[in-house]
Structures are given as C-alpha cells and as structure tokens.
Ligand binder design. Structure first.
Ligand code: SAM
Length: 235
C-alpha cells in the first residue's frame, strides 16, 4: 500500500470505525452513559470525541504516565472524563478550558456527577486568555476548541513553555472534514456545514504550515479520525 489512508465510502468508514472500536479497549460505563446523555441533549454532539478516541486518549495518558493534562475545549466533559479515569494512578491534575455558557453548565454537571472535582479544574472564558494565566508544565495538551485558534494556542504553549520536556500536544480535527486538504476532498460533507468547515480548513492549513516550519517542534499529522496532529519538542 503506497498511501496512508484507504478510500472508504461513508458506510465502509462506519463499519471500520465499529470494527476498530470493538477491537480496542472498552470505555467505562460512565463514559458510555455520558456519551448517550450528550447525544440526547445536544444537536451538535458530533463535537464530542468518539469512544475510540476516548480509548486512545486513555492509552496515551497511561503510556506517558501523565501527571498534568491541559485540555482546550471541554464541551460536555467526555474527554475530561477519559483523562480523569486514565490517570487514577498518577493522580493527574486536569485543567480544561471552555467558553460557551451552555457547555460550561454541561461540564460542571459532568464534573459533579462523576465526582471529578478533586482533579478536574474548569477555567471559564476565552482559551487564549485562560492560557495566559497558566503556569508550570503539562504532559499532555489536547487542542480541541475553535479551529481558527489552534495556531495562537500552540504558539502560546510553546512561547510559555507549557509543554513538559517529554510532553505531547494532540490537535484534533486538523483535516476539517477534509476541507484543509481541498474543498473537493469530501463530496459527502453536507452543504449545511460545508461553509463552516471550509473556513476551518483555511485556518487549519495555516496551522499545519506553522507546525511543519516551527524549528522548536517535531510534528506528525496522522490520517486518523478527522486528522490528528502530534507535536513534541525537538530534541
Ligand atoms: N474535547 C471535547 C470532547 O472531546 O468531547 C470536545 C470539544 S468541542 C470539539 C470544542 C469546544 O470548544 C466547544 O465546547 C466550544 O464551546 C469550545 N470553544 C470554542 N471556542 C472556544 C474558545 N475561544 N475558548 C474556549 N473554548 C472554546
């Protein structure tokens, strides 16, 4: 195989996702419950990470022995719960940032319901402002908020040296449903959301160029989910 992605139809992609999910670690009952609640509660629940992504995050958190995690974009708290469960051994502090009052309320409900307040700290407001207040370093930084902010956030993180020496930055949705690559890349993207993702694609193209060219970092863009970029300090 000479390419890194297979050409799936949407139906095949769903089947492959199900196969990979079933062949990976199961997520907990609490995560399943929160997933169902979020899907039932919010029309835009496709913003939430998938169970397979949740299992991946937990795998990575344990692999890296994360003691401090920063999450930019909390939504309903699904990924925060994934980080929380995966770091029971290391007792990690998890700082999560959220702007939208509706999602702040949902996140606060999640933090209370799953008894995460001892280690999960939600900072309300614009991520850019919240990042400025942060000190110390993080072993994992999950960038998953507004797509036109990614470049600013990662620049802030690098300039403030918020990433620990062996830490990992993980940026979700860098494909923007394919629009980062080309506006022709995804004929299946519904017309209703196409203008939104087209704009995201332009911002993420600039972000991907930034990552490729910043001399401080190593970067790999993985063709999984909606495109995930992994970043670490150059050694
Ligand atoms: N990490 C979550 C998960 O895996 O389930 C999903 C996060 S969702 C893709 C993005 C979230 O970022 C939304 O809840 C949105 O309100 C929030 N957001 C958007 N712009 C933001 C900003 N400027 N500052 C902080 N949060 C923001």
């Amino acid at each position: 195989m000479l390419t890194s992605v297979l050409s799936f139809t949407p139906e095949m992609a769903a089947t492959v996702t199900e196969y990979c999910t079933n062949s990976s670690n199961d997520v907990s009952g609490d995560m399943k419950e929160l997933w169902d609640w979020t899907v039932g509660e919010f029309e835009d629940s496709d913003k939430m990470s998938s169970p397979l992504q949740g299992a991946t995050m937990q795998f990575l958190a344990q692999l890296l022995g994360a003691k401090r995690i920063l999450e930019i974009g909390c939504y309903s708290g699904y990924s925060a719960l994934a980080w929380y469960e995966a770091t029971k051994q290391t007792n990690a502090e998890i700082i999560t940032l959220e702007l939208d009052p509706k999602m702040i309320a949902a996140s606060r409900r999640t933090i209370a319901k799953y008894k995460m307040a001892d280690r999960v700290h939600l900072i309300e407001g614009k991520a850019q402002d919240s990042i400025e207040t942060l000190t110390g370093t993080f072993d994992i930084i999950f960038v998953d908020a507004n797509k036109d902010g990614y470049e600013t956030y990662v620049k802030q993180i690098l300039d403030k040296k918020l990433l620990s020496p062996n830490g990992l930055i993980m940026c979700d949705n860098v494909f923007a449903r394919g629009m980062t690559i080309s506006t022709e890349a995804n004929p299946h993207l519904p017309g209703k959301v196409r203008p939104y993702w087209t704009e995201c694609g332009k911002a993420l193209k600039r972000f991907n160029n930034f990552c490729k060219n910043d001399p401080r970092i190593d970067t790999v863009l993985m063709p999984v989910y909606d495109g995930v970029t992994f970043i670490k300090w150059k050694q």
